[in-house]
Write a protein that binds this ligand. Structure first.
Ligand code: SER
Ligand code: ZN
Length: 711
């Protein structure tokens, strides 16, 4: 059944407290749930029928205020349990049987390598017990887990471990209590023969938090990086936003079978092993950075997602866009801001722009869905993060911080909407942010066209910006979006003209912005730092692109100019391949590459990224119809030509960066990246000595051979 955002109704009933008892067994697990339920005073009166969600549950018993209900007092089917004529306030106890071993959907409670684990987002809790399985029903949970001692010595759930004991028949139990109210999608349970890598963190206010990473015993030596990442994330959130962790214990469990990358269950994150486990002999720099960013992402959800959650699943970007933005900012501070921004924008362009241009395009806050699990998309996550970034670009870092704190203080402990977030940002900064809602309502990547004129006699530079959006079938015409465009003007010496660097706010279909006191013809640098998720169209000569690539003070745009120049050359080569003409790379790109390669001011990571040709996916987005073979040949030709023309420079870059340590620190990562980039160009020549060197490199690899963005 299709659900619509506009049809939201508060739940007729709320749950104060849930006490779960889970008797674990791989084939037949018995779940007993005692719930304190009451009518929601904020909801319309309704028909007084309590309707709980369920999925593949076998109902054994229902008790209302301690009295077993006969079967004519309720209706149960595969999707729901309906009980008419319930009192204002009551205790409901249900008993169901589930089959974790047969649960191949990996939603609810399932087994993976003899480990029991759960995934409840978005609607998996209803596969564990009958419940009001929606995020705006927030309750306190206690969980008693019972299991076989030998097979499942470790029993984990949310919150604090408060008691434990033995049972007859070689079984044992552990009692967990989570003091924070939470929606059911944040419930978690894990049981198995797991080992723990321990650490601790002292919060800014001096509380000691136990950090525990639980893995299969053979992986116990691969957890240190995840632990270090967690500590760094906890510290960063305190320093950046004043946000402290709130429980005495924080656990991460690594399991092999996991649909999502990881899950932010309160106090008990569950991760796909690949985002936890790493050791120097097998992990690449990208693996390490991936772990750091996912560990941080799940940690940051503790505030943006858990303490303040989503009213309904249409609001998913409220927690995901915001938390992706937070993990991006964290990684930018931990590694290199410029490199991180380039990587994130590249990912956005390859995955999300394609989504926005295709048949599955949807706004970051969808209007309807049939299956919520299909809405964990690049649009909700990555474009959502760009929309959150718009607030920071418009309000500044300090304004954004104030807004975020206002949002969390106002809504702590509740389930809210994207509109509540915008309102908190607006109030904290005394700004009207109404027009920003359009970013939540309209799908498609906006196109911004720019045209500049320098008026020598008036000493003015006039920049005209216009925007257009994708029109979807019979829907109403899209309205202009508010689009911040960060701009700088470069003089002939390559420096920014003083006073000309600004953030322009494009809010109409077309606007002209005037820069005064401009005494020479400038080269404009537009949308610095990728200041909005748009496609920018601007006329540039190859000479201008080469100039920006050499001088722009904004490192993102410097990279971008290089990509645009490469794109132009590669698309020209593609046409030559299609027309059967002889191929010639020309001089522009070689000269620009040489400048970057020899520039002592650029670090190895930025160099490596700037000297990476745009991928075939990105090139294909520029073409009406794509011949993948021709595109591949064009790109391979350019790679070989750049390798041959700069053979001495690549060889020197390789040699100068060949030796160092395997440390996971910026200088060493920079060194490895440029070395590997150089080697990659050299191997494209397919000559015996460079290829032998590459082989030796792979054999001797301490695993650091990979790099961002691929080939
Ligand atoms: N909520 C989870 C996450 O984003 C699953 O996608 O981390
Ligand atoms: Zn998330």
């Amino acid at each position: 059944m299709r659900k619509y955002r506009k049809d939201y109704q508060p739940s007729s009933f709320l749950v104060e407290q849930v006490d779960l008892r889970v008797e674990l067994d791989p084939t037949d697990t018995v779940v007993t749930a005692a719930m304190q339920v009451h009518r929601n005073p904020e909801a319309p009166a309704g028909d007084g029928v309590l309707v709980l969600d369920g999925d593949e549950l076998e109902l054994r018993a229902v008790r209302l205020d301690g009295v077993a209900l006969s079967t004519e007092r309720f209706e149960a089917d595969s999707q729901s349990l309906r009980i008419p004529d319930v009192p204002e306030r009551f205790e409901l106890e249900t008993e169901v049987v589930i089959h974790p071993d047969e649960n191949t959907k990996l939603m609810g409670l399932y087994t993976s390598n003899e480990i029991f684990c759960t995934q409840c987002e978005a609607e998996g809790f209803r596969r564990i017990t009958y419940y009001l399985d929606r995020p705006d029903v927030m309750a306190r949970f206690t969980t008693r887990i019972e299991a076989d001692c030998a097979k499942y010595p470790v029993l984990l759930s949310n919150g604090n471990r408060v008691d434990s004991g033995d049972l007859p028949g070689g079984r044992h139990w552990v009692q967990w209590e989570d003091p924070f109210r939470k929606p059911s999608y944040l419930f978690a349970l894990v049981a198995g023969d797991l080992s723990c890598h321990r650490g601790s963190f002292r919060t800014a206010s001096g509380r000691e938090v136990a950090l525990e990473i639980w893995v299969e015993p053979e992986n116990i030596d691969k957890c240190e990086h995840a632990l270090a990442s967690l500590r760094a994330a906890m510290k960063w959130d305190e320093d950046t936003y004043g946000l402290e962790y709130d429980l005495d214990i924080y656990m991460i469990v690594a399991v092999n079978d996991f649909n999502m990358g990881a899950m932010e269950n309160k106090g008990l994150n569950i991760f796909n092993s690949k985002y936890v486990l790493a050791k120097p002999s097998t992990a690449t720099d990208d693996d390490y950075e991936g772990i750091e960013s996912v560990v941080a992402h799940e940690y940051f959800h503790n505030w943006t997602g858990n303490r303040v959650t989503c009213r309904d699943w249409f609001q998913l970007t409220l927690k995901e866009g915001l938390t992706v933005f937070r993990d991006q900012e964290f990684s930018a501070d931990m590694t290199s801001r410029a490199v991180k921004r380039i990587q994130d924008v590249t990912r956005l362009r390859t995955t999300q722009f394609a989504e926005d241009a295709g048949p599955l395009a949807h706004p970051i806050r969808p209007e309807s869905y049939i299956e919520m699990n299909n809405f964990y998309t690049a649009t909700v996550y990555e474009k959502g993060a760009e929309v959150v970034r718009l607030y920071q670009t418009l309000l500044g870092k300090e304004g954004f911080r104030k807004g975020l704190r206002r949002y969390l203080e106002t809504h702590d402990g509740s389930a809210v909407t994207c509109d509540d977030f915008r309102e908190a940002m607006a109030q904290a900064n005394g700004r009207d942010l109404q027009q920003l809602e359009r970013w939540y309502l309209q799908a498609g990547t906006p196109v911004v066209r720019a045209h500049g004129d320098w008026d020598e006699s008036a000493r003015e530079y006039r920049l005209t910006l216009s925007q257009s959006q994708r029109v979807f079938g019979e829907q109403t015409r899209p309205l202009p979006l508010p689009i911040p465009i960060r701009v700088g003007l470069l003089g002939s010496d390559g420096k920014d003209l003083p006073g000309a660097s600004r953030t322009l706010e494009l809010t109409e279909s077309e606007q002209t912005f005037t820069f005064e006191g401009i005494t020479e013809r400038p080269v404009v640098s537009l949308a610095r730092g990728f200041s909005a998720p748009i496609r920018l169209v601007v006329e540039r000569t190859p000479a201008e692109l080469a100039f920006l690539m050499a001088h722009d003070s904004d490192s993102f745009n410097r990279w971008e100019a290089g990509q645009d120049l490469s794109k132009r050359v590669l698309l020209g080569l593609n046409e030559d391949v299609l027309a059967g003409r002889p191929l010639d790379l020309g001089e522009d790109l070689v000269r620009a590459f040489r400048n970057v390669l020899l520039d002592p001011a650029l670090d190895g990571s930025i160099k490596s990224l700037t000297l990476t040709l745009p991928s075939e996916e990105v090139l294909a987005q520029e073409l009406e119809s794509v011949d993948p073979d021709a595109l591949h040949r064009a790109r391979a030709f350019a790679t070989r030509q750049l390798a041959a023309a700069l053979r001495d420079e690549w060889t020197a870059a390789y040699r100068d960066n060949a030796r160092g340590s395997d440390a996971i620190e910026k200088a060493e990562i920079d060194r490895r990246r440029i070395k590997n980039r150089a080697l990659r160009y050299l191997t494209s020549l397919d000559e015996s000595d460079t290829t032998a060197r590459a082989r030796a490199r792979v054999r001797g690899a301490a695993g650091q051979a990979a790099e961002p963005g691929g080939g």
